[in-house]
Design a protein around this ligand. Structure first.
Ligand code: C2E
Ligand code: MG
Ligand code: MG
Length: 576
């Protein structure tokens, strides 16, 4: 059975800081060097022998000063590296020499020992000064370190201290579990009872958990820290199985849930606990924190009504977490009207502007973009995609109306429509209403639908597409080649344009067969009386090949990235 090795939070912190100290082997080496230097000092001063150095003959006694300096240096280094122990060892070594030196000078009147006595006194003074000033520096260093690893409110270690402990456990190849614990309803205590009551609750939680970590009630070794606000971290090590871990968490839970009386008010605190295991879940410290947090948040979401309060991390949790976070961002953006769009130009093969594809854009809280590749699937799953599609469609129609008013040009705007949106009952009416309100004719619009629709919902989709065509719109089959549509579906589908997926264009110039494959898609498109556009064209070489094999249109970074509508407007004006 694994033994509980260290049951003190403070002890662990001390050990972590001491572990950085100079190794003991250096202490022994310095003593050895000092012994040799002292021996050589004494023997060189008492001999008349001569030695030859670099071809020159000299007295061995001429080196006495060098050996003496070497001894003194060892003593000083000893005090600097090993502080208290070093200082007392050095003092002992120096003081034991004094009686011998004094007797030689006073009783035997041997003046040649005078420099030795003088040097010893000077070194004693020097190392005492070093020792005393070192103590001040160390006390200062300690207070800085204490601040760096301690949470000022509760006195518990903080997240940084946890990171240090985790690094240490990883170095020792010890398994450990990180638990993220978040108090429930803590905010309401702050809001209703005031911040000082909230602080008192946190201090009491910290006191209870610290006591539990410091005593031997549990079978495992724990280290408790405060992460932020009402979030605590528990690092559990020295366990035999995860059953032991869960028992330990249960013990912390039970301790927390005991009645808490603060300023004559009773509080019954509860928390949600999520944990991740190192090395099973990850050996990367940041990931372990993230995973434990994700598990804790999963408990928070499920807790209401489900009674689960402790959960281990699984990869599904993080995906669900991510989805929830993205869903929240989409909802906020829709509510605050923050979904916007970019337009990516499409050209014919001679580089004449055909129009643009409208692409939805969403910004994260920090201003960075969230890719549609991430948010569109979430929007599809959560039923929000029709609102995004509609928003982008409305903005795109506004853009066309503006272009017509300003330039009189006829351009085509492609908008992406998800299957879900297309199948909505009032889809056609909504599409038509937007056009009528802006007085834009339908032949400016191309609807992009992925080829999967041909298989999933062929009949109803066909009906919808025929209605769109009847209005005068064009229809494009997006990402062609990535699905499983058969030629017969394609033949019966009233589309106007095939969009060859970027993945085929990427490979096109790498082998003959890939090039022939693209050429074949283009031929099929032409046989079926469709135009063909290549997506994701990034190089001039690709453009040359596509021209050779008869592709009609080009969309890709080579001729234009997605851009804000203002820039797209300028592009239309310039290309007139
Ligand atoms: P898509 O409809 O196939 O759009 C083309 C994607 O390829 C766009 O990515 C575009 O920025 C990117 N692209 C174009 N040329 C190049 C190139 O040369 N190199 C590279 N690396 N990429 C290129 P984006 O904007 O990230 O959109 C991704 C997908 O998200 C779209 O693929 C579409 O399926 C979906 N999407 C975007 N906006 C909407 C929308 O409003 N509604 C719906 N339902 N889906 C949308
Ligand atoms: Mg598209
Ligand atoms: Mg595409």
């Amino acid at each position: 059975m694994t033994k509980k090795t260290n049951n003190g939070v403070d002890k662990t912190l001390r050990r972590l800081s001491l572990d950085r100290e100079t190794p003991k082997s250096a202490f022994i080496l310095l003593l050895l060097l000092y012994g040799i230097a002292t021996f050589l000092t004494i023997s060189s001063s008492n001999t008349q022998a001569e030695i030859t150095l670099f071809g020159e003959t000299m007295r061995f006694s001429a080196l006495t000063g060098v050996f003496s300096m070497l001894g003194s240096t060892c003593i000083i280094v000893l005090v600097m590296l090993f502080r208290k122990v070093g200082y007392f060892t050095a003092m002992f070594l120096l003081i034991v020499q004094l009686p011998g030196l004094i007797i030689n000078i006073v009783v035997r009147h041997s003046v040649k020992h005078l420099p030795g006595l003088f040097t010893s006194f000077m070194i004693i003074i020097a190392i005492t000064i070093i020792f005393l000033s070192n103590r001040k520096i160390l006390a200062y260093q300690k207070s800085i370190r204490d601040q760096a690893v301690t949470d000022s409110l509760t006195g518990l270690p903080n997240r940084f201290a946890c990171t240090e402990l985790m690094q240490d456990l990883l170095r020792r190849n010890s398994d450990f579990v990180v638990v993220s614990a978040d108090l429930n309803d803590f905010k309401s205590i702050n809001d209703t009872m005031g911040h000082s009551a909230g602080d008192a609750v946190l201090i009491e939680v910290a006191r209870r958990w610290r006591e539990l970590a410091n005593n031997t009630t549990t079978e495992t070794t724990e280290f408790v820290a405060r992460n932020s606000a009402d979030e605590f971290i528990l690092i559990i090590s020295d366990y035999d199985s995860l059953d032991d871990v869960e028992k330990t968490i249960e013990a912390y839970k039970a301790e927390l849930e005991k009645k808490m009386t603060i300023d004559d008010c009773d509080y019954y605190m509860t928390a949600c606990y999520g944990y991740a295991v190192c090395p099973d879940d990850s050996t990367v410290i940041d990931n372990i924190f993230t995973f434990a947090d994700a598990a804790m948040h999963e408990v928070k979401d499920k807790e209401i009504g489900h009674g689960i309060s402790i959960l281990r991390y699984t990869s599904e949790i993080l995906n669900a977490e991510k989805t929830i976070a993205i869903e929240r961002k989409i909802r906020n953006a829709l509510e605050q009207d923050k979904i916007f769009y970019h337009l990516q130009p499409q050209y014919d093969i001679d580089h004449k502007l055909r129009g643009f594809e409208a692409l939805a854009r969403l910004r994260d809280d920090d201003g960075s973009y969230i890719s549609p590749v991430d948010f569109i699937p979430v929007a599809e799953k959560t039923g929000l995609v029709d609102r995004i599609d509609m928003k982008v469609y409305e903005m795109a129609v506004d853009f066309i109306a503006k272009v017509i008013a300003e330039t009189g040009r006829h351009i085509t705007i492609s908008v992406n429509v998800s299957v879900r949106h297309l199948m909505k009952n009032n889809f056609i009416e909504e599409i038509r209403r937007v056009l009528e309100e802006r007085n834009v004719s339908a032949d400016h619009i191309e609807i992009e639908i992925t080829e999967s629709i041909m298989i999933d919902s062929a009949e109803k989709a066909l009906e919808r597409i025929e209605q769109l065509k009847a209005m005068g719109m064009k229809v494009a089959i997006d990402d062609f080649g990535t699905g499983y549509s058969s030629l017969s579906y394609l033949n019966s589908f009233p589309s106007d344009l095939l969009k060859i997926d970027k993945s085929f264009i990427d490979k096109m110039n790498l082998s003959d067969s890939s090039r022939q494959y693209v050429a074949m898609i283009i031929s099929i498109g032409h046989i079926l009386d469709l135009k063909v556009i290549s997506e994701g064209v990034e190089s001039a070489d690709q453009v040359d090949v596509l021209k050779d094999i008869g592709c009609d249109y080009i969309q890709g970074y080579v001729w234009g990235k997605p851009m804000p509508p203002e820039e797209a407007g300028k592009l239309v004006a310039e290309s007139a």
